[in-house]
Ligand binder design. Structure first.
Ligand SMILES: *[C@@H]1O[C@H](CO)[C@@H](O)[C@H](O)[C@H]1NC(C)=O
Ligand SMILES: *[C@@H]1O[C@H](CO)[C@@H](O)[C@H](O)[C@H]1NC(C)=O
Ligand SMILES: *[C@@H]1O[C@H](CO)[C@@H](O)[C@H](O)[C@H]1NC(C)=O
Length: 723
């Protein structure tokens, strides 16, 4: 995050004047600027607040009665160093009555030594009609940097936006400037996945860095909590109905100062943005206003993304996945897989698939079973199939260097290549969490078909249903490049999901994505750690799920129940404690895809009983709500797992809904308030307006209402059904 340092002067000749707001030339310049800006603001505002009024008067609160409001619109103004977005209501006659509401505020932060601002366009708005195009253009006199704000024409704006403005910020070489969203103005949602995920994101902190998908693997020395995660859509929404989107071509870095501001910066020289084709070096931000956060969401998604039209494999939604990872780690053997499957069946647990995780092969990259650990894999899958189980296996796009697959792929040019200027096309060595190897280039069609054919053969040979695709983040592109340069590095992640993972049907699992919302596969959150806290423990799951909903990823799997048996600060850990495991299981059961690894019977009979009971509740209460929410998603684009504010009806009490980070809605009908705090057998629950039926007692309650100390014994997941 850049520190803002600026003087405001009217002319390029003041470049030698040191930054000092009290210097006289700075003062004069500032005065001129204030005059210019005041004029612009006056012109804008006078267009919206004409001195004459028509016959309809606002009520005492200053707002128009609903039947008098025919038009709600927005406008921008540049005041001092702030870009402000206003929303105004007008009466049916088109004349504005209500004082406009400030719904968004941006500041400029600049890294250069000095900054002087000159307004180029002090022209009046071209028309008094609020949605007409007007340009504001601010030019810094030194270095040729500029900020131009354009009001997009009505034709751009689909029916849901009130209006949109585009800010294009260019900077001279070696300077960098940020457009920062001021966080105190509203609750902010969306943006990227984070290790310390917050809901809303206002209180999150993140050092400014290239906004590309990362693994939280600590291979590069960066702290896990200092990186953006596997999902980094360039979309932010606010509780006041503001939408902020950054164009794909911008070499974007994003940083955040908790509760102060979120800064968007073009960083063309960042390592992540080298080797682009058709590089564009400026920041291109679209800022739109909608009536509400919900409208902003729906408008943004229909503008920017393709929504899914079908669901992942239904069995994977209805029944849990049983994965070997947290339970057996890399020691997994055929006998472990068989006994897991047998126990699942014997104890009466549902299962969509048994997933064999790392490591069933000897060498990473060769799809050859370890003959000692897995003496007869085809017989194993046949036996499992006989008792009704499907089997999936773990796949990585890496080929460690001593494998025959590496030699074959390197010779054929299927791997990422070194970033060197002489175009020697040498395969790049990629450090990943299980060694060093080459990595598949998912943007090379021949490489993809070679890789896919190997998987198809493997699948047929061993009766494998589908795959868990690991990695795919731009993190593993560092120091390397694709053969054909990309316009934006995130296309690497898009290609991995769309060109590779999506080829293997709906029972697939991925953990990264970019603009791949329409791909009907399970979207897994980053490997969770086995603790109660918000830093990637149980407490982070609801914020993570809501973040993914805002980004348009709905088929969410919150990783393994109880986490990966990693402790907070290391991958070495212990089995999750019993109570944590139970509460984790309950929360997972009200999210789209459930994955077990450590088994309930690894604890005791009571845990096994609670697990069976929770899965029965899932089948009876959650699955019907999920089905209804999916139907709605496919037709209207509304998210499956929704923040509480989705149920807002605009009443005063609703401000409390903006910050609830431990409850959520499933479609229109279900509200879930899982217990995620240690040693709790009761919790407070906020019910939005409407009539709700307690899922356990059947009691009817009318919201908005805060239920204090609602009972939630160890075997209960508090939930309410809208009636
Ligand atoms: C800015 O981005 C939008 C889409 O996000 C694009 O249509 C427009 O052409 C871009 N403008 C410039 C100047 O690159
Ligand atoms: C490949 O390297 C790994 C790690 O160094 C080693 O464990 C494995 O035995 C090697 N495989 C072969 C075929 O050399
Ligand atoms: C590297 O690959 C590019 C693109 O396929 C090709 O044009 C170039 O000749 C190759 N360079 C060498 C040294 O083989």
């Amino acid at each position: 995050i850049k520190t803002k340092k600026q003087t405001m002067t009217g002319s390029a000749t003041t470049r030698q004047v040191p930054v000092n707001q009290s210097s006289s030339s700075g003062f004069i310049g500032r005065a001129i600027l204030v005059l210019i800006i005041s004029f612009i603001v006056y012109s804008l505002l006078s267009a919206y607040f004409p001195a004459s009024t028509d016959s309809i008067a606002p009520d005492e609160s200053g707002s128009l009665k609903e039947d008098q409001v025919s038009l709600v619109t927005s406008a921008v103004a540049f005041e001092n160093d702030r870009l402000k977005v206003y929303r105004t209501e007008s009466s049916s006659s088109g004349k504005i009555k209500k004082k406009s509401e400030l719904i968004g505020e941006f500041s400029l932060a600049w890294s250069g030594e000095k900054l002087s601002v000159q307004s180029k366009s002090d022209q009046q708005p071209s028309s008094s009609r609020p949605t007409d195009a007007r340009d504001l253009s601010i030019t810094w006199s030194n270095g040729g940097s500029s900020l131009t704000v354009t009001t997009l024409p009505q034709s751009f704006i689909n029916s849901r936006f009130l209006s949109c403005h585009r800010a294009v910020l260019t900077t001279a070489a070696k300077e960098s400037a940020s457009l920062c969203l001021e966080l105190p103005a509203a609750s902010v949602y969306g943006g990227g996945a984070a290790f310390d995920q917050r809901w809303p994101i206002n209180s999150q902190s993140m050092p400014s860095q290239a906004y590309v998908s990362n693994d939280f693997a600590e291979l590069t020395g960066a702290k896990r909590s200092d990186l953006w995660g596997g999902f980094v859509e360039r979309l932010w929404l606010t509780s006041r109905g503001l939408l902020v989107h950054v164009d794909d071509a911008t070499p974007l870095s994003v940083g955040q100062e908790a509760d102060r501001r979120l800064c968007l910066t073009a960083t063309p020289d960042d390592e992540a943005y080298l080797w682009r084709s058709n590089p564009r070096d400026y920041l291109n931000v679209t800022i739109c206003a909608a009536d509400s956060a919900k409208e902003a969401y729906l408008a943004a998604h229909s503008w920017l993304y393709t929504r899914p039209t079908s669901s992942p494999d239904r069995r994977m939604l209805r029944e849990p996945i049983w994965c070997t990872w947290a339970r057996h780690k890399t020691a997994v053997a055929q006998s472990d897989v068989e006994s897991l499957a047998n126990d699942v069946t014997r104890l009466g647990f549902p299962a969509s698939q048994i997933e064999i995780d790392d490591r069933y092969t000897i060498n990473y990259g060769d799809l050859a079973w370890d003959p000692i650990k897995f003496p007869n894999p085809a017989e194993m899958t046949a036996k499992l199939k006989y008792i009704g189980h499907r089997v999936t296996t773990w796949i990585v796009p890496f080929f460690n260097k001593n494998t025959s697959a590496y030699d074959e792929a390197a010779a054929a040019g299927y791997l990422l290549i070194e970033r060197v200027n002489d175009n020697n096309n040498k395969s790049a060595d990629i450090l990943w969490w299980q060694g060093v190897g080459g990595q598949l280039d998912p943007t090379n069609p021949s490489a993809v078909s070679w890789f896919a054919n190997r998987l198809v053969t493997f699948r047929q040979q061993f009766g494998i249903e589908s795959f868990k695709f690991d990695a795919g983040e731009v993190y593993y592109l560092r120091g390397a490049r694709t053969q054909a340069p990309l316009e934006a590095p995130m296309q690497f992640t898009t290609a991995y999901v769309q060109q590779v993972a999506a080829k293997f049907g709906g029972a697939v699992e991925v953990r990264a994505g970019y603009r791949t919302q329409s791909v009907p596969v399970a979207t897994r959150m980053f490997d969770k750690d086995s603790h109660w806290g918000g830093r990637n423990g149980l407490r982070s799951i609801v914020p993570n799920a809501l973040m993914l909903s805002m980004a348009g990823y709905h088929f969410v799997m919150p990783d393994m129940i109880g986490g990966n048996a990693y402790s907070e600060d290391s991958m070495e850990g212990a089995r999750p404690e019993r109570e944590l495991y139970i509460r984790w299981m309950q929360l997972s059961s009200f999210l789209p895809i459930v994955q077990f690894s450590i088994a309930p019977w690894d604890y005791d009979q009571e845990v096994t009983d609670i697990a069976l009971k929770t899965l029965k509740l899932r089948a009876e209460v959650y699955i019907p709500a999920l089905e209804a929410a999916l139907t709605q998603l496919f037709s209207t684009g509304e998210p499956v797992t929704r923040p509480l504010w989705w149920a807002s009806d605009g009443t005063v009490d609703d401000v409390r809904l903006w910050t609830v980070d431990d409850q959520f809605l499933v479609g229109d009908s279900l509200l879930v308030a899982p217990v995620i705090r240690q040693s709790s057998v009761a919790r407070d629950i906020l019910l939005p307006s409407g009539r709700w039926k307690d899922g356990y007692s059947g009691r009817l309650v009318d919201g908005p209402l805060l239920l204090k100390d609602h009972p939630a014994k160890l075997d209960m997941v508090p939930h309410f059904i809208r009636v």
